[in-house]
Ligand binder design. Structure first.
Ligand SMILES: Cc1cc2nc3c(=O)[nH]c(=O)nc-3n(C[C@H](O)[C@H](O)[C@H](O)COP(=O)(O)OP(=O)(O)OC[C@H]3O[C@@H](n4cnc5c(N)ncnc54)[C@H](O)[C@@H]3O)c2cc1C
Length: 372
């Protein structure tokens, strides 16, 4: 017997689980995750920072909305996801001005050095500071979404890779009322609406449903946690270069570092390269005095986005009952609650009225935006 639900979500990363939790109690939900564990791809490999000044306007709006929603959830549940951590952008004057937004204030060179005394004075010219930025306990957030969804009756299946789908006729047959019958591992699932939250694999998953690809490209992004001779203070900001050569932030008594690379990849379980890490260590050791001594651990994840850099959120223009929740790039956590709220509104009510998301942003994220 197939399982049945209103909404089948493909992918158990932050995107799929945020939506499952936003739909809790409002629809019957099944999440199908290919791997044995939830959030084992990009969602377990992030830098865990939510930065309102980072990204194009639609992203910034969704980040502010996400922070408001997460704060509300913190108050309701007593769980603490967010810890204030400022974001310091450094570079030459033009680069920093080019990326500044209303959430970022220009500060003097001396102020930047006071905040991040490990920076060598000659390594940058100008600085911008976003004091509205937060670190995020992403493991706790994912666990919160899983438990919220399950408490409301959602079924979360692991080892359930979606490999095929057929559209039922409007005659109450397979897929009933024109819904989808989907093969997910050993299970057959009948759903009115299917949500594609498959991260780097989202265009591949769309093909099972006969939906045209969105031109989503996975880009490698590596990070490492390193031991340093002179640890940063826990309250120090995250520091990023405006020309995307590196970023770092305190991680306990160690430091999280990244080369900020954006290198196209196929959809895969990406792995770090020794040479990239070595070059990064040399780069940060020459720009700062923290003195990286050893690499504790390193990882690579895939940040997946379409050519215009906006996520793809909404019903497909051609394929009925097929909803996109993909292309979050480097913003998947900082936009997660805002995007889940938007997606839940579009799926359940056919409108985003009543959500905190603007019409401009809804249009910017629409899968049909190229033809709108
Ligand atoms: C180094 C790095 C640093 C980052 N830092 C930040 C940060 O500070 N702040 C921020 O907001 N974002 C950050 N990001 C981006 C963020 O991590 C991503 O945007 C987010 O995790 C994407 O979530 P997702 O659920 O879309 O994808 P994923 O977590 O990859 O989830 C997709 C899931 O779909 C599953 N799947 C695929 N195909 C199928 C199938 N056929 N059937 C069933 N399941 C399937 C996969 O197994 C996977 O679990 C960073 C990313 C990286 C790599």
């Amino acid at each position: 017997m197939p399982l049945t639900c209103d909404v089948l979500i493909i992918g158990g990363g932050i995107a799929g689980l945020s939506l499952a939790s936003a739909l809790a109690g409002r629809a019957t939900v099944i999440v199908a995750e290919a791997e044995a564990a939830l959030a084992s791809h990009t969602s377990s490999r992030s830098a865990r920072q939510l930065i309102p000044s980072y990204g194009p306007p639609a992203i910034r709006e969704l980040t502010v909305r996400t922070l408001a929603l997460l704060r509300r959830t913190e108050q309701e549940t007593g769980r603490r996801f967010l810890t204030p951590r400022s974001f310091l952008l450094i570079g030459d004057e033009a680069q920093v001005r080019g990326q500044a937004s209303s959430h970022m204030a220009f500060i003097s060179h001396a102020e930047a050095i006071k905040l991040s005394p490990e920076l060598r004075p000659g390594s940058f010219e100008a600085a911008g500071l976003d004091t509205t930025s937060f670190g995020c306990d992403t493991d706790l957030l994912i666990e919160h979404h899983r438990t919220t969804a399950e408490a409301a009756g959602a079924r979360i299946l692991t080892n359930a890779p979606v490999t095929a789908a057929v559209r039922g006729a409007d005659d109450g047959g397979a897929g009933g009322d024109g819904g989808w019958e989907v093969q997910a591992g050993a299970r057959s699932i009948v759903a009115d609406t299917v949500v594609n939250a498959a991260g780097a694999w989202a265009d591949n998953v769309a093909a099972f449903f006969g939906a045209a690809p969105q031109g989503l490209v996975p880009y490698r992004r590596t990070a490492a946690v390193v031991k340093v001779a002179r640890p940063l203070l826990p309250e120090q900001p995250m520091v990023a270069t405006a020309d995307n050569t590196f970023y770092y932030r305190p991680e306990g008594d160690q430091v999280l570092i990244s080369p900020s690379e954006t290198e196209p990849s196929r959809a895969e379980d990406a792995r770090p390269r020794e040479t990239d890490i070595q070059a990064l260590v040399e780069n940060i050791n020459s720009a700062t005095t923290m003195g990286i001594e050893a690499v504790d651990r390193a990882w690579t994840g895939l940040r997946t986005e379409p050519a215009d850099g906006h996520p793809v959120v909404g019903f497909d223009g051609q394929t009925a009952g097929f909803f996109w929740l993909a292309g979050q790039g480097g913003y998947g956590f900082q936009t997660s609650a805002g995007i889940a709220e938007l997606a839940a509104g579009l799926i359940l009510d056919g409108t985003a009225d009543g959500t905190g998301v603007s019409g401009e942003t809804i249009a910017a994220l629409s899968p049909r935006r190229r033809t709108l």
